[in-house]
Ligand binder design. Structure first.
Ligand code: ZN
Length: 239
């Protein structure tokens, strides 16, 4: 409702002004449409859109900064406070890998659904045999070149980028995309796209551009105009 916009904006400003940097970064991130897109998804199990009660509770609680558990010591030795945010950043957490894998799978399936056949983790593309991007299209994507992509999921509240995250939404995701320049030798032969996502649901600039292109392509191929929204919801759940 338009009439309650001014008081809501004023409360939001007051909240941001009195918040510590970490909370400020969280509030900025969760105020983006991308971060809340999962709440609009239809909870259908066959579409992979249904979250169990616990995942739902944790996803909402993390965004609200609510108390979710008792304080304890993580097996990495760090003290975990009641917001359980440490789980988003800890090296021992399984969440980081599954999130990375889920997001790659969503990109892979979305491309496949618009007949852009592609493979995950292609070998032999780089001089360093140990390095490979997360995916490669087997058909040209743009300007006659195939698309190679690599996903990074980074914690919105990571201390290293906290200063930037309190000033600019998506700062951490954009920094993660910037770090993917190690794949720049792919440029020329392929179109390389770094795809940065943050734990609180924000997209990096390159990720947003790619998701929009894929979503529009799916819409054109399937005739379903809401394909882009559905894709964003799926990514938001995967995140
Ligand atoms: Zn830990």
């Amino acid at each position: 409702m338009l009439w309650d916009t001014p008081p809501v904006e004023s409360s939001s400003r007051a909240l941001l002004e009195q918040s510590l940097p970490t909370e400020k970064a969280r509030l900025y991130a969760v105020s983006t449409k991308e971060s809340g897109a999962w709440l609009n998804a239809l909870p259908v199990s066959t579409l992979g859109n249904r979250l169990d009660d616990n995942s739902f509770k944790i996803s909402v609680g993390l965004r609200l900064g609510a108390k979710l558990c008792e304080t304890h010591i993580c097996r990495c030795g760090t003290k975990v406070d009641s917001t359980v945010r440490h789980g988003l950043a800890c090296k021992h957490s399984a969440g980081g890998h599954s999130r990375h894998d889920a997001l790659n799978d969503i990109i892979h399936r979305a491309l496949t659904s618009c007949q852009v056949h592609n493979v995950r983790e292609p070998n032999g593309l780089m001089h360093d045999g140990n390095m490979r991007p997360d995916g490669l299209t087997l058909v040209p994507w743009y300007q006659g070149k195939a698309l190679a992509w690599d996903v990074a999921v980074v914690d919105t509240l990571a201390q290293t980028y906290l200063q930037g995250s309190t000033n600019q939404v998506g700062y951490t995701a954009n920094q993660a995309e910037e770090k993917k320049r190690k794949y720049e030798e792919l440029e020329g032969r392929y179109l390389f796209c770094p795809v940065g996502f943050e734990t609180y649901g924000v997209f990096g600039n390159e990720a947003r551009e790619l998701v929009e292109k894929i979503g529009k392509k799916v819409a054109a191929r399937t005739g379903k105009p809401r394909s882009l929204s559905f894709l964003k919801q799926k990514i938001s759940i995967g995140n």
